[in-house]
Write a protein that binds this ligand. Structure first.
Ligand code: ZN
Ligand code: ZN
Ligand code: FE
Length: 753
């Protein structure tokens, strides 16, 4: 990887051991030739691997013994730029310990300088315009180095040797604070940061320019401020992420396991979703209806200054993406002023441009009884554009993903470059961000797609984009079934071999089926090339289409209707609407008008949540299901009945039992637990049925529904108790954010067949 200090590391290692030769970047990685005593050379090779700089990544070392060249010194040989060479680019990395120390050291010349960085940290992906990775091709081009920075930059023994974004107060970018609507800095440099903290303390909302875009920040313990932010952002109750100065501060608000602490502290600095401690000073409006909080640590020096501990200022800030709901993140100063003026009271800005926007990554820890595991829910800043390494040498394929939580994936050789989070491709702005992203990846990785893969849904903007490109450039294009892509993504994420067959449980919200209905409760026999739909959740009408997703009462009543259960007024969804509306709904179900058919598992969760009275309408996708999960009583082991007839899984008996439980006033916590146990049992029974027929023992779990940790953990346990090998997601999101990887590997395996 470029710009991670590998050559100077090799230089210092060789000089330290007193061996001579040279090091040079090549298209394939790094070439090193050295003369010396055999034992020293062996030491050198061991240290190469064990002491490599934190951001470097050694896939493989190969060694040839050749005659002595009688070198007299060790040199860094300048590399020639090979037009076809492809050198991975580092993601953005949080401030390192050394820089953090200098930031708060009054003796240091970068004391309180918000753009301090070195070879081991700082911005990368978001400031690179072109390769090779060189200051001239980054947004730092406009800041010529001062003599002092220059000296550090050119000294191979210095931590800032060839650190492209290196800067100081004299030569680098600076910050300022301005009020909304008056683009004039009122405070500059350190004063801007001090003033921003004061305003945050007073309850103001500030738009803060970060690494990959803007955040909107306010004091997380101030309910009035959080309420105001929700009102302005038109975000009713979707949870906000928090930033705290250190792990110690986070522990005041959350109950953390060791792995959760380690994940929060990773240099990628993801937002980690962790259990919230009850009765803390954090406003209840930060994550209404949830038992978890998304927390992160400061990752830029500017964040570290804003959250400097023990100074009497707020030690928990809401840091939510700087956009209006549904729009992509704002990333230039001008764009922020235009789009965020009505949202923020003021702006903390700087003049280091962001070239490509990149949202925060979201992760959580799965309490797997075998071994707890980190699972990525949104793979973006800190991870993108790191590729997923696969076993196959692939031609350039561009997979365009789905709609919600879109990412795209570009393959080259052994690598799958899964893009940063693009967002919900429902509007022009997001499509533009997608197109810019695709072009940028092609430039960065010097590749141009020869094949295209896309979702079968004809109306997705990502599908239309792929079809247009296929036509313009006459490229072969593959339409990939949504849930097959989910399972293939899970298989690739777990590095399963090319001839593997799995039982794929694709439990999901929405995805286009090969029969034109909406699928989502699918049990497949699947390989990378093919799938067979062995079982699926009963197909029901979704009266109102997308309206049903926002109004789960529609789904609850449809399931009751389908299960032959009357809409009696004691049931929450029936009570929620009047008799005219009931009549209309019944007609829609019976006639099928504006009622697309679906076997979606996500919708079943929505429907059950509405039935038990969690909520009848939602403000964000899967909200009802998430709140239903939060209610589960973990002590409850019982479950409900269901029926499997042929390939159809019919939950009618479960609905009868839930209605009975409701009439007996069984607590909702128990009903919720029994429902989750039922779905896990459905997973088990379908897998057992397939195993008895095929002797297959591998199960892959993928699709958005598996974001439900209770369901995931219960299912894994049940399957393992029955000796199944269970694969679930790791580096790649289980939701549609991982879909493009699945599309790409399916296209690849279809091509080579
Ligand atoms: Zn550093
Ligand atoms: Zn300087
Ligand atoms: Fe999906």
């Amino acid at each position: 990887m470029q710009g991670v200090g590998f050559r100077p590391f090799v230089y210092n290692l060789a000089v330290g051991l007193g061996i001579h030769g040279w090091v040079c970047n090549t298209a394939a990685g790094v070439d090193i030739e050295v003369d010396g005593e055999k034992t020293l050379l062996e030491r050198f090779v061991i240290d190469l691997e064990s002491k490599a700089p934190p951001l470097s990544n050694i896939d493989e070392i190969s060694i040839d013994w050749i005659p002595v060249q009688d070198f007299t010194e060790f040199t860094i040989v300048h590399s020639q730029d090979d037009p076809n060479a492809f050198i991975p680019i580092s993601p953005d990395v949080s401030i390192c310990e050394d820089c953090l120390y200098e930031l708060f050291d009054p003796q240091d010349r970068r004391y309180r300088y918000p753009f301090i960085n070195c070879t081991n940290c700082g911005p990368r992906f978001t400031i690179i315009k072109e390769i090779p990775y060189d200051r001239l091709f980054t947004t730092m081009a406009g800041f010529p180095l001062c003599p002092e920075c220059e000296a550090e930059y050119t000294d191979p023994t210095n931590r800032r040797f060839h650190a492209q974004p290196v800067a100081c107060e004299t030569c680098g970018p600076h910050v300022w604070l301005e009020f909304s609507g008056s683009p004039e800095g009122i405070y500059e440099h350190n004063e801007a940061i001090v003033a921003a903290r004061q305003y945050l303390k007073e309850g103001k909302i500030i738009a803060i320019k970060g690494l990959g875009g803007f955040h909107l920040a306010c004091d997380a313990t101030n309910s009035a401020a959080v309420h105001e932010l929700r009102k302005r952002k038109l975000r009713v109750d979707k949870p906000f992420a928090l930033m705290c100065p250190n792990i110690h501060a986070i522990r005041q608000y959350c109950d953390l396991t060791q792995l959760e602490e380690a994940t929060i502290s990773r240099r990628e600095r993801p937002i980690v979703v962790v259990p919230q401690t009850q009765n803390t000073t954090i406003s209840e409006l930060v994550a209404p209806g949830q038992t978890t909080l998304g927390v992160m640590l400061p990752y830029t020096p500017l964040h570290a200054l804003l959250l400097e501990p023990d100074t009497g200022f707020p030690d928990a800030l809401v840091m939510t993406s700087g956009n209006l709901s549904e729009e992509p993140l704002a990333y230039s100063n001008q764009e922020a002023r235009e789009r965020l003026s009505s949202l923020a009271d003021m702006f903390l800005l700087h003049n280091r441009d962001i070239y490509i926007r990149c949202d925060d990554t979201v992760a959580r820890v799965i309490q797997d009884e075998d071994q707890p595991r980190v699972s990525i829910l949104r793979r973006s800043r800190g991870f993108a554009p790191n590729p997923i390494r696969l076993e196959w040498k692939m031609p350039p394929i561009l997979a365009t993903g789905a709609e919600i939580k879109n990412t795209f994936c570009l393959t080259k050789d052994h690598y799958a470059f899964l893009s940063h989070h693009i967002g919900d491709m429902e509007n022009f702005e997001t499509l533009a961000a997608f197109e810019h992203g695709v072009e940028h990846y092609q430039t960065l990785f010097r590749t141009s797609p020869e094949y295209l893969a896309f979702d079968l849904h004809p109306n997705y903007l990502s599908t239309r984009y792929a079809q247009r490109l296929a036509q313009e450039k006459s490229l072969p294009a593959f339409g990939i079934q949504h849930h097959h892509a989910h399972i293939a993504a899970c298989m690739a994420d777990n590095h399963l071999g090319k001839d593997t067959t799995v039982i794929g449980l694709s439990f999901d919200g929405t995805g286009y089926g090969t029969d034109g209905t909406i699928w989502g409760g699918e049990v497949f026999l699947a390989t990378y090339q093919n799938f067979k739909r062995e079982f699926h959740l009963k197909t029901i009408p979704l009266p109102g289409g997308d309206a049903a997703i926002k109004e789960p009462w529609r789904i609850a009543l449809t399931w009751l209707y389908e299960s032959g259960i009357e809409w009696t007024p004691d049931l929450a969804p029936a009570r929620y609407i009047n008799t005219d509306q009931q009549q209309m709904l019944r007609q829609q179900i019976q006639s099928g008008t504006n009622a697309p058919l679906t076997s979606s598992m996500g919708r079943l969760f929505d429907g059950v949540a509405a039935l038990v009275g969690v909520r009848q309408t939602v403000n964000y996708e899967a909200q009802a299901a998430i709140e239903l999960e939060a209610l589960v009583d973990p002590a409850e082991r019982a479950r409900y009945e269901f029926q499997i007839t042929g390939s159809v899984i019919d939950p009618a008996p479960m609905f009868e039992q839930i209605v009975a439980d409701l009439s007996h006033q069984i607590p909702i916590q128990q009903i919720s637990a029994k429902f989750h146990n039922t779905i896990a049992e459905i997973a088990l029974q379908t897998c057992l049925a397939i195993r008895s027929k095929t002797e297959l023992n591998l199960v892959a779990l993928s699709g958005g529904v598996w974001q439900n940790s209770v369901l995931l953990q219960t299912t894994i346990k049940k399957l393992r108790e029955n000796s199944f090998s269970v694969y679930y997601h790791d580096q790649v999101p289980t939701n549609d954010g991982g879909l493009s990887l699945g599309q790409a590997v399916i296209a690849y395996h279809t091509i080579i067949d």
